[in-house]
Design a protein around this ligand. Structure first.
Ligand code: PSV
Ligand code: MN
Length: 405
């Protein structure tokens, strides 16, 4: 990839515009995007799970694939685990295996939505014994955090009801608060609880944690180690996600992201595909918040059902890099001046100028300086990793994927 002349021209233009290009490159090198173990296995919709040749069949293969993503990009050094899908008897050995491949273990995601007893909910279930079981599982996940060195407990609940009157909404809220307060006590030192919300599905009348406000109010009650997780696919059409991000950042309660894209509901498509400007808006809020965003966890949460899994994950990481790079070259001083002047479209133009800049040469240069290939997608396409694992692993039974879609 011959990008050098383009990079030199871009660097000169950005420098003239007052951008510290070395600082921008430094930040891009330190970007950290976590990939999900469940993104490497077979997945599908409620209609069909298509088996993908070479889809990872166990946690070791998932870690291998994640390590390959990190090798290509240099910015995906950790992998989120879902328990019990990725459970092992020997966490020391798994941690070591991950390290040997060049990655670390990231957020621990309990699963309290797949077992039969959770039909009417988990931590909000009317039965105390089901709630106890759900809490015990989350406490076990806190212990796994201790064993793996993970600092994040990432919580999502399928809890809700399908019909008015099915259960007491206030009662369920109180049960949830009690269960989360108990779990909170078990967080390891320095551990954080990220509370994810979703406005519908699988429940269709009400979801117990339906939006950021409910997650935020819950986090405030729990304490400083509880924060909100924004899954970009979990909002009603038209919701301004960048606004939610800005609000939570300012309150110091934005814990992290699950990135994906969607057209209609929680479609789990590749982040930044049909919503690139929205992703850029989100990153401008993060960049302009400075230190307030320093502990935010950036995670991908997608299910690639018909597209090649590894390529899809790679494109996802690259799209996050692109959005971040564009947000980093925004002239925030000029933006503030325009805002003070009330220059509505002048201010908007500052953002659009950065968004319309072709940052590919900048990213190519950053990768080269990191010892990575300038064009990871071309490298992936020329490489035999995907065909090799397809041969070695074959076509796994799709029903064993553990991913509901
Ligand atoms: C639910 O839709 C979700 O976004 C949660 O983060 C789960 O943990 C994940 O997908 C995998 O099912
Ligand atoms: Mn999610």
């Amino acid at each position: 990839m011959d990008y050098q002349a383009d990079y030199d021209r871009l660097a000169e233009r950005l420098t003239q515009a007052g951008v510290d290009v070395e600082q921008v490159k430094d930040k891009l090198k330190r970007q950290h995007i976590e990939t999900p173990s469940w993104g490497y296995g077979n997945s599908g919709t409620r209609f069909k799970v298509f088996s993908w040749p070479g889809a990872a069949r166990n946690v070791h293969e998932k870690l291998d694939d994640a390590a390959y993503m990190h090798k290509l990009t240099g910015v995906a050094p950790t992998v989120a685990l879902h328990i019990p899908w990725d459970k092992t008897d020997d966490w020391d050995a798994l941690k070591q295996y991950a390290a040997d491949q060049g990655v670390g273990i990231g957020a621990i995601n309990p699963n309290v939505f797949q077992d039969d007893q959770y039909k009417l909910g988990s931590i909000t279930h009317p039965s105390p014994s089901v709630r106890e079981e759900a809490v015990a599982h989350m406490v076990e996940c806190c212990e796994i955090m201790g064993k793996t060195g993970s600092k994040l407990l990432s919580l999502w609940f399928a809890d809700g009801t399908n019909y008015a009157g099915q259960d007491s909404i206030r009662g369920r809220k109180q049960r949830m608060e009690e269960a989360l307060a108990e779990t909170y006590k078990h967080l390891p030192d320095g551990g954080r609880m990220l509370i994810e919300y979703k406005f519908f599905e699988p429940a269709f009348y009400h979801t117990d944690l339906a939006d950021w406000g409910m997650a935020f109010a819950t986090a405030l009650k729990l304490g400083p180690q509880a924060e909100v997780l924004v899954d970009t696919g979990h909002h009603a059409q038209g919701t301004n996600i960048a606004h939610i991000v800005a609000f939570l950042l300012d309150e110091g309660r934005l814990g992290g992201f699950h990135f994906n894209a969607r057209k209609y509901a929680d479609d789990d498509l590749i982040v930044g595909t049909n919503n690139p400007f929205e992703l850029f808006e989100i990153f401008t809020e993060l960049v302009s918040a400075g230190d307030k965003a320093k502990d935010v966890a950036y995670m991908i949460d997608q299910s690639h059902n018909i597209e090649p899994k590894l390529e899809a994950m790679l494109v996802s990481i690259l799209n996050c890099q692109t959005a971040y790079a564009k947000a980093l070259i925004v002239d925030y001083n000029e933006l503030a001046d325009r805002q003070m002047m009330g220059d509505v479209l002048g201010a908007h133009r500052i953002l659009v100028d950065a968004y319309e800049t072709d940052v590919r040469p900048l990213l190519a240069q950053v990768r080269a300086e990191m010892g990575r290939d300038a064009d990871p997608l071309a490298t992936y396409r020329a490489d035999d990793y995907a065909s090799r694992v397809a041969k070695e692993r074959g076509v796994a039974d799709a029903s064993g994927s553990g991913y509901p879609g």
